[in-house]
Design a protein around this ligand. Structure first.
Ligand code: BGC
Length: 596
């Protein structure tokens, strides 16, 4: 069946999503809205390679209509803040109608909006206003599975021979695909669940209320493409493709990264390139580097523009406890080269658990011991805590972690609230502890909402050190030395150095294993990044072959450091958890002046 097949259901109440009518597609924004001042895709096709992304949960950010739940209008009212902070793009996790049994990743209507967040007009206005401020919008596309409340699933279970009968993966016995791991080990013990109504088992890689769509069915593939078309027509700049390794199944494999899965992603890419040029696809594929890199596709069949780099993240956290650069150096060395136009997406934290799927069992146990000593701090194969509490409230460690994130190859993805060092609540369920309301000020509703805090979708953080009266944006903004102002200045420096997004990385040999040094270079800029991973001050000798006599300037202050010696070494001294970004140049400005 294809999307043009008439819907034979009696009421026609569960339409396949039709392909938008291209002739009348308008990117319609309400009339009084000023439309996009961002460079067009043709003018800036590689914007995502130098961008800083900011993940923001719509319901967690700002409540404009006093119901205790954040909404598009609230988020729109904070665009000035986000522009001030200096982010280039927002990633909005799902805001579609959903029973919210998995934070909205359980979608029950792909082309709707949860009415608590606003209307389609509100969404379009948000996109247009963000564009006006030079901020792009990327939305989440969960295509591997739907909620079991989705009308497609309801039809599939009640009418096996109807048009949706084959939309999901149904079997009489749960005997296939047994080599596929269970991902949500805390709640599920199998990827098959029994459905009483249909009298068959259905396949699901995540929660049992999230049946996987059957991508073998061409009608499913067409429906998914039409969902992307629908949202691309609103003017969004890209899609984060959720959980893409699991689209297809094949017996005798682990059912991850299969060829037909790649073929379909390439088909999606072809579609956006043809119909919505410049729209960016971001792969959420929690896989080892050699598997992840396949989601960039090939020259002949490109897939995603950006792939999240999962393995590097836990290595940053491990390095801070082991006080050695070994693990980070290894993962950087193992990272395959990027194909032309590709970019890594890097991150410290996000709305999920800090995943430990990409580390060895020994490393995992160490990470639990360092970062999640209490069982309540763990979820599935990971740690459900926010950045500041993870790093023991140490501002220096949080700064160093950000310095690494912002200088490693890739486009960094920040997580809302981490810019002020928000805390978490390990007493909340699942991953909710890291999804609490944004803390804007010290008022009773934290400036997030004027509703009774009892009615908030989740409680505000109440623990002493992290409560809104102690940690909030207003206080951070007025204090010049705050984390927020520090991060903002780092983003300003990063903006002056596109090399961080597009340059090569060369590891630099140092005399001290606790000092991680690397060079980021392109034709125009060279930056030497030196990081002290230890809790004590260090002085290290760096080897810089071919750079004798080059000059070093601190990128933050412009202050000159000692030149690289004739023997191609330089000594750098750093305080505990200190770091430098040193602009390296062989041009001697003073000497040039004398010569003139
Ligand atoms: C999302 C999770 C979600 C899962 C299942 C993940 O990739 O980031 O939040 O629970 O997909 O939808």
């Amino acid at each position: 069946m294809t999307s043009s097949t008439p819907d034979p259901t009696p009421t026609g109440a569960i339409p396949l999503i039709p392909a938008p009518d291209r002739a009348s597609a308008t990117h319609a924004v309400p009339e009084d809205t000023v439309v996009a001042t961002l460079p067009s895709p043709a003018e800036d096709p590689h914007w995502y390679r130098t961008a800083v992304f900011y993940e923001v949960l719509t319901h967690a950010f700002m409540d404009s209509n006093h119901d205790g739940i954040g909404d598009f209008e609230g988020l729109r009212s904070k665009l000035d803040y986000l522009q001030w902070l200096g982010v280039d793009a927002l990633w909005l996790p799902p805001f579609y109608p959903s029973p919210m049994a998995d934070g909205g990743y359980d979608i029950s209507d792909y082309t709707g909006i949860d009415e608590r967040y606003g209307t389609m007009d509100d969404f379009r206005t948000l996109v247009a206003d963000a564009h006006e401020r030079g901020i792009r919008i990327v939305i989440d596309m969960v295509m591997n599975h739907t909620s079991d409340q989705h009308p497609w699933f309801q039809a599939s279970r009640t009418d096996p021979s109807g048009p949706y009968g084959d939309f999901y993966v149904w079997r009489d016995r749960p005997s296939e695909y047994l080599d596929a791991r269970v991902i949500f080990v805390d709640t599920e013990d199998s990827n098959w669940s029994w459905d009483e109504v249909r009298g068959q088992f259905f396949w699901h890689r995540f929660f049992s209320h999230q049946p996987d769509l059957n991508f073998e069915n061409p009608a499913v593939r067409e429906a998914v493409k039409n969902v992307l078309r629908f949202w691309a027509d609103t003017g969004v700049d890209g899609f984060r493709l959720d959980a893409i390794p699991y689209l297809y199944e094949e017996d005798g494999t682990n059912c991850e990264n299969l060829l037909p899965t790649h073929d379909f992603i390439a088909e999606l890419r072809q579609m956006v390139d043809d119909e919505y040029p410049g729209t960016v696809l971001i792969a959420e594929a929690n896989q080892p580097p050699h598997e992840v890199v396949a989601y960039f596709g090939t020259d002949a069949a490109p897939e995603c523009h950006v792939c999240f780099h999962f393995p590097i993240m836990p290595k940053i956290f491990a390095a801070l406890r082991e006080e050695t650069s070994k693990g980070v150096r290894e993962v950087l060395a193992e990272t395959p080269p990027l194909p032309k136009g590709g970019q890594w997406g890097t991150f410290l934290r996000n709305h999920d658990e800090l995943t430990l799927e990409m580390v060895t069992e020994e490393e995992r146990q160490k990470m639990y011991a360092w970062y999640a000593p209490e069982p309540r701090m763990r979820a599935n194969v990971g740690i459900r805590r926010r950045l500041m509490p993870l790093l023991r409230g140490s501002r220096r460690e949080v700064e160093l972690a950000h310095a690494l994130l912002l200088s490693f190859p890739g486009s960094p993805f920040l997580y809302y609230g981490d810019e002020i060092g928000m805390g978490d609540d390990i007493w909340l369920n699942d991953r909710d502890g890291v999804r609490t309301p944004m803390q804007w000020d010290d008022s009773p509703g934290a400036g997030y909402s004027t509703a009774d805090p009892e009615s908030f979708y989740l409680p505000l953080i109440s623990s002493g050190m992290y409560r809104p009266t102690a940690v909030n944006v207003a206080e951070h903004r007025t204090r010049p030395t705050s984390m927020l102002n520090w991060l903002r200045s780092m983003l300003q420096i990063r903006r002056k150095y596109p090399v961080f997004g597009i340059g090569s990385l060369t590891l630099v040999a140092t005399s001290d294993d606790a000092v991680l040094a690397f060079l980021r270079r392109d034709e125009r800029q060279s930056v030497l990044c030196v990081n002290n991973l230890s809790t004590t001050s260090r002085s290290a000798r760096l080897q810089l072959p071919g750079m004798a006599g080059w000059h070093l300037y601190d990128a933050a202050s412009g202050n000159r450091f000692p030149d690289v010696r004739e023997d191609e070494t330089v000594d750098i001294t750093l305080g505990r958890h200190g770091f430098y970004w040193l602009d390296v140049t062989f041009l001697d400005e003073e000497k040039d002046d004398e010569d003139q």
